[in-house]
Ligand binder design. Structure first.
Ligand SMILES: *[C@@H]1O[C@H](CO)[C@@H](O)[C@H](O)[C@H]1NC(C)=O
Length: 296
């Protein structure tokens, strides 16, 4: 402001004012002065305005400075926050990295365990397959065995059960005489007769199935200068005849047996030859037995 006034005075003194004083009349000078005064007034007004403007500008400047300071403070705060944030983030990133590394290690461990488990599963599968194969083989053998057992059962089941034994006299001690004809012997005292193939009324055995049978007999007499004999017949045909002669009056035995192949319905019986006799008592000296060996 002071600088502007000094400049104005200097300007007036150097050129304009001195010329007016020297070159014009008094009236003119007063007019000039008046004009000058007006000019100065104008200038003063202008100066005032300018001063006001400067004040405004200064106030604005102060406000701007304040805002700048505020902004700088804000920037500092933000910068600090940013730094803090950065540090925080770095810590967080470090933590995450560590976590990640730990998780990777864990993952590797889990993978290793998984691989081990898979290997174990594979082994178990192999073992299982082997066991299944073995089981199948055992099953096959079992089935074959079962079939065999079934067949044996069928054979056994199909084979009739045939076995008998009978003694000659039914608890009555005494002689059996043929006198004048060959005499069919009925062994009356049944001891065993499974299958009822032996008829104690007739003394005939009748084959219930085609097969191989075994028959045996024992007979006794008390001989005193006497013959004893016995015959076995199949279907009315004589198969064997045994004889004995003795003189001491004590027991003599005849005993033998035959394996016979019979058709179903074939008969077997024992015959006392004409003129011979036998002795029996509760001791069962005379017996006739037979059984089926196997069917054909
Ligand atoms: C034994 O034979 C007699 C005479 O032929 C007959 O009457 C009887 O029924 C037969 N017994 C059996 C069990 O077949």
């Amino acid at each position: 402001m002071r600088a502007a006034i000094s400049l104005l005075v200097l300007l007036l003194s150097t050129c304009g004012v001195q010329s007016y004083v020297t070159d014009t009349s008094t009236q003119d000078v007063s007019t000039e002065l008046k004009e000058l005064r007006d000019m100065v007034v104008d200038l003063r007004a202008t100066l005032r305005h300018t001063r006001d403007d400067v004040k405004v500008l200064e106030a604005e400047n102060v406000a701007v400075k304040e805002r700048l300071v505020a902004s700088e403070t804000k920037v500092q705060i933000l910068d600090k926050a940013l730094q803090d944030n950065k540090a925080e983030m770095k810590t967080e990133v470090d933590n995450l990295k560590m976590k990640n590394a730990a998780q990777e290690a864990e993952l590797i461990a889990v993978k290793t365990r998984l691989e081990a488990s898979e290997a174990e599963v594979m082994n178990l599968k192999k073992e299982n397959a082997a066991q299944e194969a073995e089981l199948t083989a055992v099953k096959t053998r079992l089935a074959a065995t079962e079939t065999g057992v079934e067949n044996v059962k069928k054979e056994i089941g199909a084979a009739p059960k045939v076995a008998f034994s009978a003694a000659l006299r039914d608890f009555q001690e005494g002689f059996t005489d043929s006198v004048s004809n060959d005499m069919n012997l009925a062994f009356k005292r049944v001891i065993t007769n499974v299958g009822e193939a032996y008829n104690s009324t007739t003394g005939f055995f009748t084959a219930p199935v085609r097969g191989v049978y075994y028959f045996r007999f024992t007979v006794m007499d008390r001989l005193s200068a006497h013959w004893m004999g016995i015959k076995m017949f199949k279907k009315g045909v004589r198969l064997m005849q045994l004889v004995e002669y003795d003189t001491d009056g004590k027991a003599s035995y005849l005993s033998s047996g035959l394996t016979l192949q019979l058709e179903k319905g074939d008969v077997v019986n024992m015959v006392l030859p004409k003129g011979y006799r036998l002795f029996d008592s509760w001791n069962n000296h005379c017996t006739f037995s037979g059984f089926l060996l196997f069917p054909l």
